[in-house]
Design a protein around this ligand. Structure first.
Ligand SMILES: *Cc1c(COP(=O)(O)O)cnc(C)c1O
Length: 456
């Protein structure tokens, strides 16, 4: 019998509800604190930035949240996404392991990000929002939200991390094509941006800085603009669970169940979206799948950071949450995986890592690109540099299985393609890409600026 390569679900199998891990968390939720008073926030405070329907999702403990029909209809433009068995990669590696990957790069903008962008645009539209502001790192989130805002007739301002703005000019054009306005952050459009530029005119920017700018613009708009975040928050991670819910059905089609589930983690959304439905089985059905979140060694919030209360953004304007953090003032090195350059990690992913339900791993830039090129030469798909972190970990698992001779079943999320990241691949192929030293001094320094929180 020959091996099957693709596991394709019919449109009718598109999930009808998202999975909300709040219903099953093995540890109690931690309070979210006001950035000024350091006291627990009320929904009113969040209401300045987000519509009430999304705030209600954020705090909901219902296990299943229905996906509205207009959102499912748009999902059908590219969902269900394929689950592939990397048969050719297995052969290249000579491993007895079976390697599966869920491919989110088939979405119109090439990543998993539209899964929440479409949902957030829909719920904002329902709540009467006219315009959104957001940040973007590599430009993946900005393009996804630009597409979604275009579908629902919302205006959009995007604050794009400066280093990516220059590395990835075509991402900006995609956003502009969908009608969004795009600015290189730090900009001179916000108070915080102007202050930063005065201190560091050459700042490469960071996700934390861009978030501060987008939050400031929404907060100062007198209710005219709401803010949208592409990762980290509970409702964002929940919208992404369509990925894992489809993957569960596809693993069933394949007649296997994963021993290891892997995702790369910047703020945690594609990782959680893929992994949480499997975590659900671990928590409620006694399954023992190893769940692995992979981060860059140069921005190692989970493996080297502290599990504590910190601001979600650099300017200390966003709410304070308990998470693994490198300190909100830490500006990560300009690695090519722009989507992984965030000082913190989603609170739920952090809590699960801290409790031992999720294993965190860090990989370096060069070995990551090495894995990405190996993967592309076997499977034909060039991964996004972010996704390549998951590829690295999956290959490492498969090589371990080769050594032990065990037939492990490995499943990972290939969160996007790398077609707009050819500058990075060019540098790698020319031998010009380098590993960054672990920025110990900068992280130490940033740790001095954690908020002094006393929690009940
Ligand atoms: C944004 C992005 C990431 C990182 O963000 P998460 O919220 O951690 O998923 C990973 N992969 C791709 C392709 C991205 O666009």
């Amino acid at each position: 019998m020959s091996d099957q390569y693709k596991y394709i679900l019919e449109e009718s199998k598109l999930p009808k509800a998202w999975y909300n891990i709040n219903a099953d968390m093995p540890v109690p939720p931690q309070p979210v604190l006001h950035p000024g008073t350091l006291q627990p926030i009320t929904p009113d405070f969040l209401g300045v930035l987000f519509p009430m329907n999304l705030i209600m999702q954020e705090i909901s403990t219902e296990r299943w949240i229905e996906i509205p029909d207009p959102v499912r209809e748009i999902y059908k433009l590219w969902r269900p996404t394929p689950m592939m068995r990397a048969v050719r990669l297995e052969k290249t590696l000579g491993t007895p392991a079976h390697i599966y990957y869920k491919y989110e790069g088939v979405s119109p903008v090439g990543s998993h990000k539209p899964n929440t962008a479409v949902a957030q645009a829909f719920f904002n539209k329902e709540a009467g929002t006219k315009a959104l502001t957001t940040e973007t790192g590599a430009g993946q989130w900005g393009s996804a939200l630009a597409m979604a805002c275009n579908f629902f007739g919302l205006d959009l301002e995007v604050y794009m991390v400066k280093v990516s703005y220059h590395q990835k000019p075509y991402r900006r054009i995609i956003m502009e094509n969908f009608g969004a306005s795009v600015f290189a952050s730090p900009t001179d459009k916000t108070q915080f941006g102007r202050k930063l530029l005065a201190e560091a005119p050459d700042s490469p920017g960071s996700l934390g800085i861009a978030i501060s700018e987008a939050v400031e613009v929404a907060a100062m708009s007198g209710g005219k603009k709401k803010y949208s975040l592409g990762s980290v928050l509970g409702h964002v991670l929940m919208h992404q669970t369509v990925i894992g819910l489809e993957a569960l059905q596809q693993m069933e089609m394949a007649g296997e169940y994963p021993d290891v589930v892997i995702g790369c983690a910047g703020g945690g959304s594609n990782f959680a979206g893929f992994a949480y439905p499997f975590v659900h089985r671990n928590l409620t059905e006694g399954k023992k799948t190893k769940i692995v979140a992979v981060e860059p060694a140069s921005c190692p919030s989970m493996t080297k950071g502290k599990y504590t209360f910190d601001f979600g953004d650099t300017a200390a304007m966003a709410p304070i949450v308990k998470m693994y953090t490198l300190g909100h003032t830490f500006v990560p090195p300009g690695i090519h995986a722009g989507g992984l350059r965030y000082h913190g990690m989603s609170p739920s992913v952090s809590a699960l890592v801290n409790h031992g339900d999720v294993e965190a791993r860090a990989v370096k830039q060069l070995e990551t690109f090495e894995a990405a090129v190996q993967f592309s030469r076997a499977e034909g798909i060039i991964p996004a540099p972010e996704s390549a972190h998951a590829v690295r970990a999956a290959i490492d698992e498969a090589l371990k299985a080769k050594q032990s001779g065990e037939k492990e079943v490995i499943a990972f999320n290939l969160s996007g393609h790398g077609h707009f990241d050819m500058t990075a691949y060019e540098q790698y192929l020319r031998g010009k890409l380098e590993d960054y030293e672990y920025p110990a001094a900068a992280i130490d320094e940033a740790m001095h600026h954690l908020p002094k929180v006393t929690v009940p």
